[in-house]
Design a protein around this ligand. Structure first.
Ligand SMILES: NC(=O)c1ccc[n+]([C@@H]2O[C@H](COP(=O)([O-])OP(=O)(O)OC[C@H]3O[C@@H](n4cnc5c(N)ncnc54)[C@H](O)[C@@H]3O)[C@@H](O)[C@H]2O)c1
Length: 408
């Protein structure tokens, strides 16, 4: 690992636009001897990874267009402001990556609803951005890449018969003419054995609310069937990255995050109220009832179940993945990052009421189209191959998110 220091003033990140910088340094050529490049490092998750890398002494360069990220979150990492989806950006990126021995690629647009409204733009941004990045990775001969994927690649696995708002065709059919699937690990220990119910499969009559099902954790071997353009860009991104890695010396790990929440530091909380926990805080602090979208799912309390993973556990997973990519043998390329345990929307709301001390009974709204009843990770591949597991609990997540929320 390279450890040459990059000059920087703590707390005063240097913001360069693409093509800026001293002429004799090729625009961004002042970046030298870096070891880890983090795209999207000014964002919610990326900023946690950047801070952990800086704390352990790595040299870090952040590539971010600051569309949703914030410069002040990147500490004394060198910040290069660039749109990865700009077709002309690859040479600039390659110069920024010179000497780097790893890239962690988080930069992406991530709003599902927006992706349905603007699918072409999402593919241009997320897949086009990844293609530019991979071109730069090749130009700069960067040996290791960690790609931010998502549980959205699974879509809504095996929804129960009464999941009325779902479109069966979309749920069960893979994308037309799918590229070959990435090399998936053999079913990890703990994954469903042949003959056992498929992930997410409810028990026989789970369609009735009176007989709730226990969600089956989803292993990485589950067929990919994303149900919106956002998830499709992640699935296609995995395929693209895998094909490039298979045809070169690039060592690749795709991490499929489940529901990321919490804060490792109070100044790095999730700034957007797009996910459940910030949305609940927003409502509670405004004196309004939190909203449960659908309470007639075949789950124990009728609300959707998700696997909430603390952003610090997730950030550590990236550091562990970098070390894994240094190993001579690597049995897997894709990894679920979750806890293996689900929490329902109502449980999360109850926890938020406990932590905030603001208790307002939730209102029940109709189901949102495309919301599967339960998505819980089988994280055993991460545990078996890298020794990683999530340590933080739902109370840890909600408490840390609240501490961060209060500093907004
Ligand atoms: N938050 C979650 O629960 C979750 C779950 C699964 C996967 N992910 C993935 O994790 C990654 C990070 O998510 P986040 O929650 O930190 O989101 P975020 O919006 O806070 O961070 C994304 C960062 O990428 C930057 N960015 C986006 N598009 C860019 C582009 N074209 N060029 C340069 N910079 C660009 C943004 O400015 C921002 O700083 C994304 O790839 C997202 O899809 C997030």
């Amino acid at each position: 690992m390279l450890n040459a220091r990059v000059a920087g003033v703590p707390g005063r990140p240097q913001v360069l636009k693409t093509g800026e910088g001293p002429a004799d340094e090729g625009g961004v050529g002042i970046v030298a001897g870096v070891s880890v490049v983090v795209t999207g490092g000014a964002g919610y998750i990326g900023a946690h990874i950047v801070r952990l890398l800086l704390e352990r002494g790595d040299d870090v360069v952040v590539l971010d267009d600051l569309a949703t990220g914030r410069a002040e979150r990147t500490g004394h990492a060198r910040l290069i402001r660039a749109d990865l989806a700009d077709p002309a950006v690859a040479p600039t990126l390659a110069r920024a990556m010179e000497g780097a021995d790893a890239v962690i690629h988080l930069a992406a647009r991530k709003q599902v609803g927006e992706s349905v409204q603007r699918p072409l733009w999402y593919f241009q941004q997320n897949l086009g951005g990844l293609a530019n990045l991979l071109r730069a990775v090749q130009l700069a001969s960067v040996p290791r890449l960690v790609f931010s994927s998502s549980a959205a690649v699974y879509g809504a696995p095996n929804p129960p018969a009464d999941a009325g708002t779902h479109s069966p065709a979309k749920l069960t059919a893979p994308p037309a003419n799918p590229p070959p699937a990435p090399a998936l690990p053999t079913a990890p220990p703990g994954a469903a054995a042949p003959g056992t119910p498929a992930p997410g499969t409810p028990t026989a009559d789970a369609g009735t609310h009176s007989t709730p099902f226990t969600p089956q954790p989803i292993p990485e071997t589950t067929p990919l069937a994303p149900i919106n353009p956002y998830g499709q860009t992640k699935a296609a991104g995995e395929w693209l990255a895998h094909d490039v890695a298979a045809s070169s010396d690039l060592r690749l790990a795709c991490l499929r995050y489940f529901n990321v929440a919490g804060a490792g530091w109070a100044d790095l909380g999730d700034p957007a109220a797009l996910n459940l926990i910030p949305m609940v805080f927003e409502r509670l602090t405004a004196g309004q009832p939190p909203v449960v979208f659908g309470d007639d799912y075949p789950t124990p309390d009728g609300s959707c179940i998700r696997d909430y993973v603390h952003v610090m556990d997730l950030a550590h997973a990236h550091l562990v993945a970098l070390d894994y990519l240094d190993r001579p043998t690597r049995p897997a390329t894709v990894f679920n990052v979750g806890t293996g345990t689900g929490a329902s929307v109502k449980q999360v709301i109850a926890e938020a009421a406990r932590v905030t001390g603001i208790s307002i009974p939730p209102t029940i709204a109709p189901r949102r189209p495309g919301d599967p009843p339960a998505l819980v990770a089988d994280p055993s591949t991460m545990t078996q191959t890298m020794g990683w597991r999530a340590h933080r609990t739902l109370p840890d997540i909600v408490t840390s998110a609240w501490e961060a929320w209060k500093t907004r």
